[in-house]
Design a protein around this ligand. Structure first.
Ligand code: AMP
Length: 127
């Protein structure tokens, strides 16, 4: 069962309003909020409201409306935070970690939108 969803994960609790979050944007199908432990001056997480574990899960099972909203919400977060190239901060990185190899901590799909500084190499070299 690669797509078994645990509804006790922390982002499910945020979506149910059980724990607070610093919301940047909410849409019909998505929530964008600031990461509690930011890795860059701008670090926003964009999550679908539906119970999807990973990007591949979402791509396989989400509706066209959910996929369009997720994609546009990520773009809107880049715009709202001034990260679009030419807008001020001059660029960003969008990352989604999945599973053990990706070091995914929270098993609810999220896109990290990072920017506000030069972000360095895409992946760390193995120690
Ligand atoms: P990942 O390792 O890709 O699963 O990333 C999970 C992210 O969630 C990390 O960057 C954490 O800092 C962040 N995080 C964990 N708990 C919270 C929370 N309550 N509110 C906002 N961000 C959180």
């Amino acid at each position: 069962m690669p797509y078994a969803y645990d509804d006790q994960n922390i982002f499910a609790k945020i979506l149910r309003g059980e724990i607070p979050n610093d919301t940047v944007l909410e849409t019909a199908h998505c929530l964008a909020f600031r990461d509690l432990y930011p890795q860059a001056p701008v670090h926003v997480l964009v999550i679908p409201k539906g119970p999807y574990v990973t990007y591949d899960h979402f791509a396989a099972e989400a509706s066209a409306a959910e996929i369009a909203d997720f994609t546009r919400t990520i773009g809107e977060v880049c715009r709202m935070t001034g990260l679009r190239p030419g807008d001020g901060e001059d660029g960003y990185r969008v990352i989604s970690n999945a599973g053990e190899a990706g070091l995914q901590e929270v098993p609810h799909l999220h896109m990290h939108v990072l920017g506000g500084r030069v972000l360095g190499p895409l992946v760390a070299k193995p120690a």
